[in-house]
Design a protein around this ligand. Structure first.
Ligand code: CA
Length: 230
């Protein structure tokens, strides 16, 4: 397994390289965002990118966004800025995980392996040739196509991000049933974003806005959310 370590602090980088090698990983180290983007676009891609947010040239968030715009390369954001806002931003930029400095090498290795397992998991589709129409779920004026990940309201396409789609599709699995924030996190984010339940609220807010009516996703106070039917 090859790790691309993006870290501008030489002593932190040296100890991370040593620690990761001791855990059995191959490690390439770069110290700038530009070098990270170059390595993430090279023909021999790393298996996982460990990305420091505070970089001297390009902000780590921007690096993450650019990597994600061109590939599904797993990205673990590593930052000294441990607040929830940063976690949420990293997640919205498409990072696969988030780790706060200082971290233990064993925790890091476990997170890397978890991210790798998820990246290697086969796509869940593989059903025996379902008719395209069967993949479309209609709930009143809302149509959700899980095969193409498209959503329409009154026949008008609504452009959702991948995670917004996943949240909506999860709520639509059982329209009217209440899902707790932690259930949504676990289902959509693999239960991996400990504590960042505000992320769910942020995504729900975006979904409501894009669907054009807040009643599509009802908040159940103190519990969670359910799909509504305005
Ligand atoms: Ca740094």
């Amino acid at each position: 397994m090859r790790i691309l370590l993006v870290e501008d602090d030489p002593s932190l980088a040296a100890s991370a390289v040593d620690g990761l090698r001791a855990q059995g990983f191959d490690v390439d180290h770069v110290g700038t965002g530009a070098a990270a983007l170059e390595a993430a676009a090279a023909p021999d891609l790393p298996d996982v990118v460990l990305l420091d947010l505070g970089l001297p040239d390009i902000d780590g968030q921007e690096v993450c966004r650019r990597i994600r715009s061109t590939s599904d390369l797993p990205v673990i954001v590593v930052s000294a800025r441990g607040d929830e806002a940063d976690r949420v931003i990293a997640l919205e930029l498409g990072a696969d995980d988030y780790l706060t400095k200082p971290y233990g090498m064993r925790e890091l290795a476990a997170r890397i392996r978890a991210v790798m397992r998820r990246a290697a998991a086969p796509a869940p589709a593989a059903q025996p040739a379902p008719a395209a129409a069967a993949a479309v779920q209609e709930i009143g004026r809302l149509a959700i196509d899980r095969r193409t990940q498209r959503v329409h309201v009154d026949g008008e396409e609504v452009s959702l991000t991948a995670k917004e789609f996943d949240v909506l599709a999860y709520l639509a699995e059982d329209p009217g049933a209440v899902r707790r924030r932690t259930e949504i996190l676990e289902h959509v984010w693999d239960g991996h974003w400990y504590g960042a339940t505000k992320t769910v609220d942020a995504h729900v807010a975006a979904i409501r806005k894009k669907l054009g009516d807040p009643a599509w996703v009802e908040a159940v106070r103190g519990v969670g959310f359910r799909l509504g039917s305005p």
